[in-house]
Design a binder for this molecule. Structure first.
Ligand SMILES: Cc1ncc(COP(=O)(O)O)c(C=O)c1O
Length: 490
């Protein structure tokens, strides 16, 4: 695998503004064209006027430091306003408190840390705390467990509805269970878990219950206001003790904007870290970051105030209608099928024809300017194409469906590529994975090259096929080494 390796230093003499800006512009040329309407992941794009306002507000607060809200009271005001808006939307009563975080992952890490430390204080006999998630819960819960020493107990979801099965959760509860998680909805399939049942079960056992509304938190309430049927999923449900919701997804704010909401201050106490035992300034952090820009906060505040509830309702209506159109179109293509029955605009599409490989579809579409995220097979879920049908994609759905049909027609004609390697043959390499083994493996897999030797693979279909067939543990090893290599351009 080739990675650009020319040594780089800060230039002796600084470059001009023009030189720098034109180089930055040039660097972007291989990035996904997120403003084309053909990118169905990663970016949540508001209207141009909102985008410009968000950037302006972000820039106004770029240099301010959220480390100390007493030094920058305007940041405190912005955060309290945003948390107030989130809790108003998510059924929070006067007791609910929260904090602004850098993203869904940070919010989830804080939910798990809070649960861990609450139980450390109240049930110190628990040695290895456990949290229960469905297998469709976001990877951030695995990350939180990994970072915080909390055991992640993953239960299967119903294979037809793809929702967490409360009976399996109940069976997984032990004396060490501290937290039960439900998604509203799951990212991969867009389905809402049975939050009422999970929360009731948690409450009856004195266990905490987190609702991950990172992706749904600023969508579902507006879908309900627009007249769509949305099951109870928020603080209005008895037993829900914390929620995560991302402004930077369907709040259409700029990245770096999410929130963690806690049922009350007694619980939130366990989220906060204070340290006055060193010789510098006093550290009191309610979230993971310490020094932090005020940009995302001001950007999110501007975005929410600018779009307004009516604006969000209109956006959600458009996305819901476009999703319906898309699902009807997919139902008319015999080689494709939508998994489950998504509650919102997140759709996973699988192939029903063994000759049509979803990774090949994604590659074919990418050559025509579409960016469609792929999902590897995991547990109940077959390998799939993921569509987040956002505001900017709404007008492009008929074109997207046409392209799917063309892709299938073209791929039927095409010989499937030879599998470069038998995954079973790779197994021994994983027992001894190090930088050299990975380099050899990467060479064999044909990783690398890519545009300008950026170190990115050209043939994603082949790589995805191999990853898809590897056991999860080996996939993780391979992906870790891939990143380890990618970020070593010195
Ligand atoms: C349901 C859900 N939870 C958590 C996350 C993680 O959010 P982030 O990427 O902002 O860390 C996502 C991201 O897509 C999500 O969809």
């Amino acid at each position: 695998m080739e990675v650009k390796t020319n040594k780089i230093s800060i230039p002796q003499k600084g470059l001009s503004t023009e030189e720098i800006l034109s180089e930055l512009k040039a660097m972007k040329k291989n990035d996904v064209p997120w403003d084309s309407g053909k990118v169905l992941a990663y970016v949540y794009e508001p209207k141009k006027e909102t985008e410009n306002l968000t950037k302006e507000a972000y820039k106004m607060y770029l240099i301010e430091n959220g480390l100390d809200p007493t030094a920058f009271p305007s940041l405190l005001r912005l955060e309290n306003d945003l948390i107030g808006m989130a809790k108003d939307l998510l059924g929070g009563d006067d007791e609910v408190v929260g904090n602004f975080t850098s993203g869904g992952t940070e919010s989830i890490i804080l939910a798990v840390k809070t649960a861990r430390d609450y139980f450390r204080a109240n049930r110190p006999e628990i040695q290895v705390p456990e949290l229960i998630i469905g297998e469709t819960a976001h990877a951030a819960f695995h990350k939180a467990g990994h970072y915080l020493g909390v055991k992640v107990v993953m239960v299967p979801v119903d294979k037809d509805t793809l929702k967490v099965d409360p009976k399996l959760v109940e069976a997984a509860i032990t004396e060490n269970t501290i937290l039960i998680v439900g998604s509203a909805p799951s990212y991969a399939h867009g389905v809402i878990d049975p939050i009422e049942e999970l929360a009731a079960m948690a409450k009856s056992r004195n266990i905490l219950c987190h609702v991950d509304a990172c992706v749904g938190g600023f969508y579902l309430p507006f879908a309900r206001k627009a007249g769509y049927d949305v099951p109870p999923f928020d603080f209005s449900v008895d037993g829900v003790t914390s929620m995560s919701a991302d402004f930077h997804k369907y709040g259409y704010a700029a990245k770096g904007a999410s929130c963690i909401l806690q049922k009350n201050r007694d619980l939130r106490r366990h989220q906060i870290f204070a340290c006055s035992s060193w010789s510098g300034y006093t550290v009191i952090n309610p979230t993971v970051l310490s020094s932090k820009t005020g940009g995302p906060l001001a950007g999110a505040w501007a975005t929410l105030n600018h779009i307004g509830q009516e604006g969000y309702i209109d956006i959600v209506k458009g996305c819901q209608e476009a999703t319906k159109l898309c699902r009807e179109g997919i139902a008319a293509i015999p080689e494709l099928e939508v998994m489950g029955d998504p509650d919102i605009n997140l759709v996973a599409i699988v192939s029903t024809d063994p000759k049509i490989n979803v990774f090949a579809i994604s590659d074919w579409m990418a050559k025509r300017g579409w960016h469609i995220q792929v999902q590897l097979a995991a547990n109940c879920s077959k390998e799939a194409l993921h569509l987040s049908i956002n505001r900017a994609n709404v007008a492009h759905i008929p074109e997207l469906l046409k392209e799917f049909k063309s892709a299938i027609a073209a791929l039927k004609e095409k010989q499937a590529p030879e599998m470069a390697l038998d995954p079973a043959m790779l197994a021994p390499m994983f027992d001894n994975m190090n930088a050299e083994t990975f380099d050899n493996l990467a060479e064999m897999l044909g990783l690398g090259g890519g545009e300008e030797g950026a170190g990115l693979p050209d043939n994603l279909e082949m790589i995805n096929n191999i990853l898809n067939q590897l056991p999860v543990q080996q996939r993780n090893v391979l992906l870790t080494e891939f990143m380890n290599k990618l970020f070593s351009a010195i």
